[in-house]
Design a protein around this ligand. Structure first.
Ligand code: ADP
Ligand code: MG
Length: 349
């Protein structure tokens, strides 16, 4: 619905694969010392010297992971990188390189791929990450995008999902639920647009949420803050599928339980207002919505003084024994067992 109808359309068939790769990647420069060789040979070369190398891959399929009717390609490129960098930050690692593989059908034009690569380039620039390779091929329908992020971490800072100890504090960065309420708004506007293509959506009352859905940022700032504060979390995960399912992952990997306090979950006022409009519970948006790309981690109680009152961080609960399970404690002090109702790839549609 946000497609610009005035841009020229150059068919990919006019270029050929090599010219296309050259064209799309010519402006990328290597910025990290660890990037020894980038695009143009049979393989890239990376040297993290004394640091450990951390790798994560994601595969994004049009129609399953993204909808181009409201996701501009530039945003898709940016978000696809964020999703991957977020996984590296969740290991307390620093991303240094990415590779990008794409499969495109002939429905896509050169200008469309240029927009996608603009988003990739902006993400690389903002996070000082180098594009060092990829692969390009055709698909029979739609766009497939796979990104691999590579990063580094010293052995003593590496943070896994396992490691949470009883009495540790559960901390989350930023606020939760907005990416989900943003998606609700975009889905509604898509339906309105289908019924009346001349309707111009006014998204301004929803700008925070829509921004969180279309242009998320990975929490590099949180990793840097933890470093400054000399905190190494005992366990960490990023919030891609919703708070509930991520808490359950930490619990399982660390063989512990959690008490999570509903009133402590950080929720932006706009999320509350949109939730009212859509007749959903904002806590449900935070627990089950997903795509917030915030960091969820546990720290020793002795680190509490260092983070208390920090605007970026909220203590939302603590670690309990495994047999106590994972409980949401409501404002009325009711205990509700957490379940993973977050988005799941294979759940029945
Ligand atoms: P090969 O046939 O050996 O796989 P390619 O011709 O596919 O080599 O790729 C040539 C170079 O361009 C390699 O360095 C590869 O990593 C890079 N490359 C190919 N496709 C992309 C892409 N979509 N984005 C970034 N780099 C790419
Ligand atoms: Mg190739």
């Amino acid at each position: 619905m946000f497609e610009d109808r005035n841009i020229p359309k150059t068919s990919l068939a006019q270029l050929g694969e090599f010219a296309l790769i050259d064209h799309l990647t010519q402006t990328f420069e290597l910025k990290n010392k660890s990037s020894k060789l980038g695009i143009g040979d049979d393989a890239a070369v990376i040297n993290h010297e004394k640091q450990q190398t951390v790798i994560s891959t994601d595969l994004l399929i049009e129609g399953i992971h993204f909808d181009l009717s409201y996701m501009p390609l530039k945003h898709l490129g940016y978000k696809a990188v964020m999703v991957n960098l977020s996984d590296l930050y969740a290991m307390n690692a620093h991303p240094t390189q990415i590779t990008v593989s794409i499969a495109v059908s002939n429905r896509f034009t050169l200008e469309a791929l240029e927009a996608l690569y603009e988003g990739l380039a902006l993400a690389c620039k903002n996070y000082t990450v180098d594009l060092v390779g990829g692969d390009t091929t055709s698909s029979t329908s739609g766009l497939i995008l796979s990104i691999t992020a590579i990063g580094e971490v010293s052995k003593n800072k590496l943070t896994r999902r396992r490691g949470a100890q009883i009495n540790d504090l559960l901390v989350v960065s930023g606020d939760l639920g907005a990416a989900y309420t943003g998606l609700q708004v975009l889905e509604r506007e898509k339906a309105v647009f289908k019924a009346n293509p001349n309707a111009q959506p006014d998204l301004s009352p929803y700008s925070y949420s829509v921004g969180r859905q279309l242009k998320p940022e990975a929490r590099k700032d949180v990793i840097e803050l933890l470093d400054e504060l000399k905190i190494v979390p005992t366990a960490m995960i990023d919030i891609s599928d919703g708070l509930s399912s991520e808490v359950l992952h930490l619990a399982k990997a660390s063989a512990v339980g959690f008490h999570l306090f509903e009133e402590k979950i950080p929720i932006d006022p706009e999320v509350s207002f949109i939730s009212e409009e859509f007749k959903i519970n904002p806590t449900t948006a935070a627990l089950n919505g997903g795509e917030d790309y915030e960091l969820l981690f546990t720290i020793a109680q002795s680190d509490y003084e260092k983070i208390k009152n920090h605007p970026l961080l909220s203590v939302i609960g603590h670690v309990v024994e495994k047999k106590a399970g994972c409980q949401l404690i409501t404002g009325l002090r009711q205990q509700i067992e957490l379940t993973a109702q977050g988005w799941q790839s294979f759940k029945d549609q």
